[in-house]
Design a protein around this ligand. Structure first.
Ligand code: HEM
Length: 210
């Protein structure tokens, strides 16, 4: 990927087009007089974009299938009510957030929820735990696609996920097609998980057609 994106940025520098890489080069050229540093910044942005998009979305797609197959009554209810797919997806995002931990560095001394945080200290916001906080969600361990509760899976504030609409569209397409085309799909074994903290990842999800 490093080679691919380095070559892509160089190519767009030589022959700009109307694509995102060319637009980012134009923006960075206004900010950064050193062209090599601007290209380096665009390279990191392109790489970040792919990682931010693929890792998270692939988890939510696999996670949505897993949770619906683990709850066949809800899966069958949803098949006849596709208009509830967006709400079901929000429950998947609450129940099993693809990113369990968001990091921030305090710009100044502050107090957060009664805890003193010093300037430049890093704070890890535990999204996965927040989504299972009984003070925020009634019966949080219950997977309920009719819950329609807000969640933090796409972050919040100025860094709110750029690709949330795309990720939702991908997941809605997948679930719509899956429920119609493979109505008898079922789990054929226990899912396998990567041993990680921040980014959730299913490594295997054995399924079978009925
Ligand atoms: C279900 C899928 C996704 C999830 C759960 C997700 C989650 C997140 C979260 C939690 C953040 C905030 C990080 C922070 O505050 O530090 C974020 C930011 C971001 N996401 Fe996503 N994301 C998803 C899909 C995508 C896709 C498909 C793209 C690109 C096409 C994307 C691009 C980005 C970018 C560029 C940012 C940084 C925004 C900024 O800092 O201003 N994400 N995402």
């Amino acid at each position: 990927m490093r080679e691919y994106f380095t070559a892509l940025v160089k190519g767009r520098r030589r022959n700009p087009g109307t694509d995102p890489i060319s637009s980012w080069i134009a923006v960075w050229d206004d900010l950064e007089p050193d062209r090599a540093a601007a290209d380096e910044a665009v390279f990191h942005l392109a790489l970040f974009m792919v990682l931010a998009a693929l890792e998270t979305t692939s988890h939510v797609l696999a996670g949505a299938v897993r949770l619906l197959l683990e709850h066949p009554r809800q899966r069958d209810w949803l098949r006849t009510r596709p208009e509830h797919i967006p709400g079901a997806l929000d429950e998947v995002l609450r129940y099993d957030a693809p990113i369990h931990m968001i990091s921030r560095v305090a710009p100044e001394d502050t107090v957060l929820a009664g805890v003193t945080i010093r300037e430049n200290e890093m704070v890890q916001l535990m999204v996965g735990a927040a989504h299972h906080d009984p003070r925020q969600y009634a019966d949080p361990e219950l997977f309920d696609i009719r819950r329609r509760s807000p969640h933090l899976s796409f972050g919040g504030g100025i860094h709110f996920c750029l690709g949330s609409a795309l990720a939702r569209m991908e997941a809605e397409c997948l679930l719509t097609a899956l429920l119609q085309r493979l109505p008898g799909l079922q789990l054929a074994g226990a899912p396998g998980w990567a041993s990680r903290v921040a980014f959730r990842r299913l490594i295997t999800l054995p399924v079978a057609r009925a």
